[in-house]
Design a protein around this ligand. Structure first.
Ligand SMILES: O=C(O)CCC(=O)C(=O)O
Ligand SMILES: [Fe+2]
Length: 381
C-alpha cells in the first residue's frame, strides 16, 4: 500500500497503469485502486438508469472513494473503472449466472403486458393503510409499537396493506401466470421449495420493492433488528407464494435466505395455512432442538404482515380449502453476511448459542463455588 497527498490507497490487485488516451477516454488497466478515505464533500452521481450486474447504489457509494482526479470525469469512465474493481470479486460462473438472469428478465419485460401499471411504482397512500403510513412517517420505536403486536420476541405482526392493493396485486399475478401458460414461457419459481408462485422482481416490480424495503422495512428493522443486520439491508428477493387447489399445499420447515423477512397475506378465502415458528438459529445450530417458549403458530389475516428474522425457523401448514396468496420480501444485508464470516458466537440472536453460553456460565459458577468451598475446608483443617 502506498500514500499520496489525499490519503492512503487501498491496494486491490497488482498494480497497472491508468492511461489517458488521445480521444479523452481513460484506458483502465486490470487493476484499479480506491482511496481508503472517501471524499465526503463529493456528490456522487446516480447510476440507477444503467443496466449493470451490480446494484447501482454500490457505484454511487464507491464513487467517493475514487482517486480524486477521477471525480470530475464522465460517468461512463467512472462506471468502467469501478466495474473493473467489482468484477474481481465475482467468480466467472457467478458472472455468467447474473448475465443469464438479466437476459431472462429482459425477455419477460419485453413481452409481458402488465394489467395494472400503477402498482409497478410506489404509491404509498394507495398501497398502505393509514395506521401503517402514520407509524412509518413518525419513525420512532413508540410509533411502530403502537400498531404492532409482538407475540414472541422478535416477531411483529401488524395491519399493512389496503384491500384494493391486495386485489390488484393478486390479479396482476394471475394475469402473469396466465401469460406464462399461454406463451409457454418457462419461468423460475421463487425458490426450490415452491412449484407455484412468481418472482415479482423478474417482471418489473424490482424498483417498487426496493422502495418498499428502503423506505418502509428498513426504518422498522433499524429499530428492532440491530443484532441481525437490520441497520444495513441492501438487497431483496420479492415474490408471491400461492397455496390451495391446483397450487402448492404447504411449506416444509426452513430458514429463509434473508436477514429480515416480511410476509404479508394478500388474501382470498382460505382455511389453514398457518405459519409455525420454532426459534432463531445460526448456520451451525439450524437443526438443534426446540426450546421451551420457542413454539409459536401464526394464522394469516389478509392485509396483515408478519415481520421476522430470516433465521427464525418456520414453515407453513397445509392450506386445507380455498386459495391463499402471500407477498414475501426477503431483505438481505451484505455487510452483516461479511461480518458473520469472522464470528462464531451468535448468542445475541441464536437460541442455541445463547443456551450453550448460559450452560457454560452455569458450569463455571458451579466450579468456582466448589473451588471456594474446597479452599474454605482446607483453611479450616
Ligand atoms: O407460506 C407462507 O406464508 C410462508 C412462505 C415462506 O416462509 C417462504 O416462502 O419462505
Ligand atoms: Fe420462509
Amino acid at each position: 500500500m502506498s500514500q499520496n497527498q489525499n490519503g492512503k490507497w487501498v491496494r486491490i490487485a497488482p498494480e497497472q497503469q491508468l492511461r489517458g488516451s488521445s480521444n479523452g477516454h481513460v484506458e483502465v488497466g486490470g487493476s484499479n485502486r480506491l482511496c481508503i478515505n472517501p471524499q465526503k464533500d463529493h456528490k456522487s452521481e446516480s447510476y440507477e438508469d444503467l443496466q449493470l450486474e451490480f446494484n447501482p447504489l454500490v457505484f454511487s457509494s464507491l464513487e467517493q472513494y475514487l482517486p480524486p482526479h477521477m471525480l470530475s470525469l464522465s460517468r461512463e469512465v467512472k462506471v468502467h473503472y469501478m466495474r473493473n474493481i467489482l468484477l474481481r470479486y465475482l467468480p466467472e460462473t457467478e458472472r455468467i449466472r447474473i448475465q443469464k438472469h438479466k437476459e431472462y428478465r429482459h425477455r419477460i419485460m419485453l413481452n409481458y403486458p402488465p394489467l395494472y401499471k400503477q402498482i409497478y411504482s410506489m404509491d404509498a397512500e394507495k398501497f398502505f393503510t393509514p395506521s401503517f403510513l402514520r407509524a412509518v412517517k413518525e419513525n420512532t420505536e413508540a410509533s411502530f409499537r403502537s400498531i404492532m403486536a409482538e407475540p414472541r420476541k422478535g416477531l411483529y405482526t401488524f395491519e399493512m396493506l389496503q384491500p384494493q392493493f391486495c386485489e390488484m396485486l393478486m390479479s396482476e399475478v394471475d394475469n402473469f401466470e396466465r401469460w406464462v401458460h399461454d406463451t409457454k414461457f418457462r419461468i423460475m419459481r421463487p425458490n426450490i421449495m415452491n412449484q407455484y408462485g412468481a418472482v415479482l422482481d423478474d417482471f418489473g416490480m424490482e424498483s417498487m420493492l426496493d422502495r418498499l424495503m428502503s423506505d418502509f422495512i428498513s426504518p422498522i428493522s433499524r429499530v428492532f433488528y440491530t443484532e441481525i443486520g437490520g441497520t444495513s439491508l441492501d438487497s431483496h428477493h420479492g415474490f408471491v407464494v400461492e397455496y390451495g387447489i391446483n397450487r402448492d399445499v404447504e411449506l416444509g420447515f426452513h430458514v429463509d435466505d434473508a436477514e429480515v423477512t416480511l410476509n404479508i397475506c394478500l388474501g382470498n378465502e382460505f382455511s389453514g395455512g398457518e405459519l409455525f415458528f420454532r426459534g432463531v438459529r445460526c448456520d451451525e445450530h439450524v437443526n438443534s432442538d426446540i426450546q421451551p417458549g420457542e413454539i409459536f403458530d401464526y394464522p394469516h389475516v389478509p392485509g396483515h404482515a408478519i415481520l421476522h428474522p430470516g433465521r427464525h425457523r418456520h414453515g407453513a401448514r397445509p392450506t386445507t380449502s380455498g386459495n391463499r396468496m402471500n407477498l414475501i420480501i426477503w431483505c438481505r444485508s451484505s455487510a452483516f453476511r461479511e461480518l458473520k464470516k469472522y464470528r462464531k458466537d451468535f448468542s445475541s440472536w441464536c437460541g442455541e448459542c445463547k443456551r450453550k453460553k448460559k450452560e457454560k456460565e452455569r458450569i463455571l459458577v458451579l466450579a468456582t463455588q466448589q473451588e471456594l468451598m474446597n479452599r474454605g475446608m482446607q483453611s479450616a483443617s
